[in-house]
Design a protein around this ligand. Structure first.
Ligand SMILES: Nc1ncnc2c1ncn2[C@@H]1O[C@H](COP(=O)(O)OP(=O)(O)OP(=O)(O)O)[C@@H](O)[C@H]1O
Ligand SMILES: [Mg+2]
Length: 112
């Protein structure tokens, strides 16, 4: 998910987690400091926030590559800061907060 601070990335995760019936949206909070939250038992959705990480080395230490292999739904905030570490194929969802407080959401499939 790509969008400025406050665009609505975490809010979209709440909707997806609740919409898929994995957990209540109230259980979803921003993983800004914890970096990874998991939902479901066993986990079916992972929510990751890379905002606080500065180097590719730090991101690599999270073991995302293994997570991406599991076939679970992995929702990432600020992944565009580390493009070489993001999986292909992936879906990028761009959220823009408009001046009138509406949001524009665009998505594209990245295949190479
Ligand atoms: N579609 C929406 N309609 C109304 N309010 C929204 C919507 N999306 C987000 N908000 C509100 O905007 C604020 C910021 O949303 P959110 O935390 O989801 O942003 P974020 O993109 O995850 O930001 P950050 O980059 O800081 O993590 C929250 O108060 C949230 O309730
Ligand atoms: Mg957020």
């Amino acid at each position: 998910m790509i969008g400025n601070l406050g665009a609505g990335k975490t809010t979209l995760v709440k909707g997806i987690v609740e919409g898929l019936g994995v957990a209540s949206e109230d259980e979803v909070s921003s993983p800004t400091f914890t970096l990874i939250h998991e939902y479901g038992d066993p986990p079916r959705i992972y929510h990751i926030d890379l905002y606080r990480l500065d180097t590719a080395r730090e991101v690599e230490s999270l073991g995302l590559e293994d997570l991406f292999q599991t076939g679970n739904l992995i929702l990432v905030e600020w992944g565009e800061r580390f493009p070489s570490l993001m999986p292909v194929p992936r879906t990028e969802i761009a959220i823009t907060l408009n001046p009138d407080e509406t949001r524009t959401i665009e998505w594209r499939r990245v295949i190479e």
